[in-house]
Design a protein around this ligand. Structure first.
Ligand code: DAH
Length: 346
């Protein structure tokens, strides 16, 4: 066998040896070790054989050189193939397990009290009301006196009210928006005024020092008690269903005359189609606007009359969702709030 033929033979046998070694290489380090052992520039066994190329008859060199390149190229390709196969297997291990149960994506929802506020607003908007707002820091004048409430009235008691400075306080109800609206707009007026109100209440199951209220005010020529009662009855039917009835209980508010507490009685349809009526549930305070209120706001009380009402969506949400502790509305516990996401619990 010529020197050249034996060199090629040697190269091929070395390559086979390398490929055999590769069979049992289980990680990239052992593959790299094989690469160095056979193809490394200094110590590599194939490289060593090629160094013998110089002693060959120059005529044989091209043939051996070409064979050497082929063998090296093939071996390199096998090494790379093995490396890629290993990397692919590693990817597979960290790939998602499609047999696991799904982990649904997060979906936010409106707060239960906001939902009730929005439902109330939808009903009154459809009846032609517009939205009004007023400041949360109010003067005694707007919060009390203009609403026909003298400062020595129990409602104006410092014990119940959070004062910021002399004669400026956090509004204790949304009724001051009545005065601000009457000052700014000529009747006819039909407004709904939602917002936060503040009282020095202890934080417990039925009281929170800050809570939402929504105020309603209608003032125009010829507004009577009939308009008052019919509007609230229609509100109740649209809010809680056609069978809902309202009841007016005589009451007292300084800014209305006469005044009433409004209760609703709802008809609940059970799953089997049978129905039953709920107890009377108090939902708001209301009444015909006291002429003194119109006068205080500079509105001619000989010409105009009106009615007003105020309710707490938080209280209504408690009844609606069967929540027995107001504080759950403030704690932002996701397990509680998730129940109100339209798609259900996720
Ligand atoms: N402002 C009253 C409160 O906070 C609620 C209220 C009662 C508002 C009667 C009214 C009304 O407009 O007419 O308790």
């Amino acid at each position: 066998m010529s020197d050249a033929a034996s060199l090629v033979e040697q190269l091929e046998s070395l390559a086979r040896e390398a490929v055999d070694a590769l069979e049992s290489a289980a990680d990239s380090e052992s593959i790299e070790a094989i690469r160095i052992r056979f193809l490394g520039r200094k110590e590599g066994r194939i490289s060593g054989v090629l160094r013998g190329l110089g002693g060959l008859d120059p005529a044989d060199r091209p043939q051996v050189g070409a064979a050497a390149n082929r063998v090296k190229g093939q071996l390199e390709a096998r090494l790379d193939e093995r490396l890629e196969a290993l990397a692919g297997a590693a990817d597979q291990e960290s790939a998602p397990d499609l047999t696991l149960p799904g982990r649904g994506s997060w979906e936010g929802g409106r707060h239960p009290v906001t939902r009730v506020m929005d439902e109330i607003w939808d009903v009154f908007r459809a009846m032609g009301f517009s939205r009004a707002r007023g400041p949360e820091a109010e003067t005694e004048w707007y919060n009390f006196q203009a609403l026909n409430t003298p400062l020595d009235h129990p409602a104006a008691d410092e014990q119940d009210t959070l004062y910021l400075e002399d004669s400026v306080l956090l509004r204790s109800h949304t009724s001051p928006v009545q005065i601000r609206t009457l000052e700014q707009h000529e009747p006819p007026i039909r407004i709904l005024a939602p917002g936060w109100v503040y009282r020095r209440d202890t934080y417990d199951a039925t009281h929170t020092p800050a809570f939402l209220q929504v105020e309603g005010l209608v003032v125009d020529e010829g507004i009577t008690f009939v308009d008052f009662k019919a509007t609230l009855a229609e509100f109740a039917r649209r809010m809680w269903g056609a069978g809902t009835r309202i009841r007016l209980r005589p009451s007292f508010f300084p800014f209305t005359e006469p005044s009433a507490e409004v209760d609703v009685k709802r008809v609940i349809t059970r799953d089997d189609g049978s129905t039953h009526e709920t107890d009377w549930i108090e939902i708001m305070g209301a009444g015909m606007v006291d002429p003194a209120v119109l006068d205080a706001a500079g509105v001619d009380s000989e010409r105009y009359t009106g009615f007003a009402f105020g309710m707490g969506p938080g209280r209504i949400a408690m009844v609606k969702y069967g929540v027995d502790d107001l504080r759950t509305f403030f704690e932002n516990d996701v397990r509680f709030l998730q129940q109100f996401v339209p798609g259900g619990t996720r």
